[in-house]
Write a protein that binds this ligand. Structure first.
Ligand code: F6R
Length: 238
């Protein structure tokens, strides 16, 4: 595990984007694992800038997103598909058919297994971007998720629903379930970049440093990965 202690959110976003830019420049057909949530927004802004100002092309890049809420259609403003379109995909030249986000509508169990099949049939994710939930979740793998889990349907914990309620009008509107890559699915990526930022992640980061192989803290599984890079901002460190 390589930990990069950075000062600010902006620095973290720039540094992480630089790694992606270098990789995509050298491997134009790279497969990137994208995450949603507040944390990677700055990184996506940097990638848009790289595209607009330096001509970084995403023409041949493939994307697989980590997760999607069950019950939200792609055009729902809080769906992760909508998030990716508005925060990144609509502003770069990535081909729509090459961006995969689990479908939130239809049969969720079937979607989870066909998403896993699509991932396994692909060349694999080169770089997976990850944020971390305050309870240590990665993707929507909540505490207690087995480390050998593949893409599956999860019931969201009340704490995750409450944390994400800020994006909805009421807590009741926050979906109760999601489709998420499993922990084993995530660990198959060749490189993982974990972004940790904000004073509300201080306790989470401390726990991340302390835990190892603890299903009660899913992000501890990442420490088994041979190529894990963690960016942590000053406000998330004690
Ligand atoms: C998003 C995801 C989640 C978030 C996590 C942190 O695709 O899978 O694990 O990364 O909930 O969210 P933020 O960045 O909003 O603190």
């Amino acid at each position: 595990m390589n930990i990069q202690e950075v000062h600010s959110y902006e620095e973290m976003s720039r540094e992480a984007a630089y790694i992606l830019e270098q990789h995509i420049s050298q491997h134009p057909d790279a497969t990137i694992g994208f995450a949603t949530g507040s944390t990677p927004i700055g990184l996506y802004q940097e990638l848009i800038r790289a595209h607009q100002e330096r001509g970084l092309s995403f023409q041949s890049v493939k994307g697989f997103n980590l997760d999607e809420y069950v019950g939200l259609s792609p055009d729902h403003p809080q769906s992760y598909r909508h998030f990716m379109q508005t925060q990144l995909f609509d502003h770069i030249d990535i081909q729509p058919g090459k961006t995969k986000v689990p479908a939130g509508t239809g049969n969720a169990e079937e979607e989870a297994s066909s998403y896993e099949d699509a991932l396994q049939a692909s060349d694999g994710v080169d770089i997976q971007i990850l944020g971390i939930g305050e309870n240590g979740h990665i993707g929507f793998n909540e505490p207690g998720t087995p480390f050998d889990s593949l893409t599956h349907v999860v019931e969201l914990t009340e704490s995750t629903r409450a944390a994400n309620a800020r994006f909805f009008d009421t807590l009741e509107e926050v979906p109760t379930h999601a489709v998420t890559m499993g922990i084993e699915t995530i660990l198959r990526a060749k490189q993982l970049i974990l972004l940790i930022s904000g004073s509300h992640k201080k306790v989470t980061y401390e726990q991340f440093l302390r835990t190892q192989d603890d299903p009660g803290f899913p992000a501890s599984a990442l420490k088994n990965h041979p190529n894990l890079l963690v960016f942590v901002t000053e406000d998330a460190r004690s």
